[in-house]
Design a protein around this ligand. Structure first.
Ligand code: PLP
Length: 381
């Protein structure tokens, strides 16, 4: 069992202070927020405080935050909910979106929409020229992520917003990977909707949010008792929402410390990778400081991940969220990477708990794993 965790873009451990904030709502504070008595009022106030915390962390107003059960849910809600209340036209998503953005966009094709994707270049940056060309077709919704989960490449969402608005299209951005790693400012971006998720920032599973500008007319995700201003009915997961709020406050407290600590680890890692002949993807792009995505010729990424796990290191092959399939990463394919090379990709993603000594140990383990795997291939040949 691995004991060094280098997979923080997949999920993070719950921060102790977050658990502490959640505990009352899993034990004695068990009120339903719609109840009139003091239990209900306390629960309601706890949710509103969490809403303010999330809003503050992302540069939004509290009444723009709609709680959901995950980032996946918020992305589905944004795409299908916004599109459903607009005239059918083109919906554009970048070629590197998480499937929980690209698949709902494709699903809108059954409701008369035309779904197309925007290209990226070899460094995983959105091709703005391609966006401009595709915007010539009547477009009502554009979704481009703020930072990619695999390469960490940060996208020019502000420019996307300006270009899309010139064509009167709405813009959604998936900021799930950006939150807690780089500054996220909903108001400054000017997007109409933005997704964030709790378990990526030291909060619990079971909470996410769609940040939604008041200008947007959206179809409710769930109909029922009218919770979340009627947009997502269902009794709220209070403990998870409270944890999400607490995690937001903690994760955005000192982003420069996160950037300097994790970027130093990544630099050390990537300097060490030179000797292993790794190809590092999107290395010259503006990237999340904690993320490194790389591959080796003639090495299968999943086999390498298993070998590293046995040596004590938890890393990801491609995107953990889509690792149920062994297809090469769609992100790397969109960047024009050869499919054989893409199959060999592994991702390391750090957080504040990781150390330079762990990176040194990892480089030793990686060298050993590569040697063993190459020897096995040579014997089999
Ligand atoms: N968007 C991105 C960019 C992600 O990386 C992920 C998960 O990895 C999601 C959305 C889905 O978020 P959640 O796990 O909260 O459903």
């Amino acid at each position: 069992m691995a004991n060094v965790y280098f997979d923080h873009n997949s999920t993070t451990s719950l921060k102790p202070a977050v658990l502490e904030a959640m505990m009352p709502y899993m034990t004695n504070q068990h009120g339903n927020p719609t109840s009139q008595h003091s239990y209900g009022r306390n629960a309601r106030e706890a949710i509103e405080q969490a809403r303010r915390q999330v809003a503050q962390a992302v540069g939004a107003q509290a009444n723009e935050v709609v709680f959901t059960a995950s980032g996946t849910e918020a992305n589905n809600f944004a795409i299908t909910g916004i599109a459903s209340n607009m005239e059918q036209a083109q919906i554009l998503t970048s070629a590197i979106e998480h499937p929980c953005v690209s698949n709902p966009a494709k699903a809108m094709q059954y409701r008369g929409w035309q779904a197309n994707s925007i290209n990226v270049d070899a460094q995983c940056q959105l091709d703005l020229q391609d966006l401009q060309t595709k915007l010539a077709t009547p477009t009502n919704l554009v979704s481009v992520m703020l930072a990619n989960n695999e390469t960490g490449a940060i996208q020019a969402v502000e420019k996307v917003v300006a270009m899309a608005k010139a064509q009167k299209a709405m813009v959604h951005t998936d900021a799930v990977q950006a939150l807690g790693k780089i500054p996220v400012d909903f108001a400054a971006l000017g997007a109409h909707a933005m997704t964030v998720s709790s378990h990526k920032i030291g909060g619990p599973l079971g909470a996410g949010a769609l940040v939604l500008s008041k200008r947007v007319d959206i179809q409710p995700l769930l109909y029922g008792g009218g919770q979340e201003k009627g947009l997502r009915s269902g009794t709220e997961n209070i403990a998870a929402i409270v944890g999400f709020g607490a995690a937001c406050a903690l994760a955005t407290q000192d982003l420069s410390a996160f950037a300097s600590h994790t970027a130093a680890l990544r630099q050390h890692l990537e300097e060490g990778l030179v000797a292993t002949k790794a190809v590092v993807f999107a290395q010259t792009a503006d990237r999340l400081p904690n993320t490194s995505f790389f591959a080796f010729e003639n090495i299968d990424g999943e086999t390498l991940v298993t070998a590293l796990d046995k040596l004590g290191f938890a890393v990801a092959s491609g995107s953990a969220c889509s690792s149920a399939s062994s297809e090469p990463s769609h992100v790397l394919l969109a960047m024009g990477i050869d499919p054989d090379m893409a199959r060999g990709a592994i991702r390391v993603s750090f957080n504040m708990d990781n150390t330079l000594a762990q990176v040194d140990d990892f480089l030793i383990a990686l060298t050993q794993a590569l040697r063993d795997l190459r020897q096995m291939t040579a014997v089999a040949a």
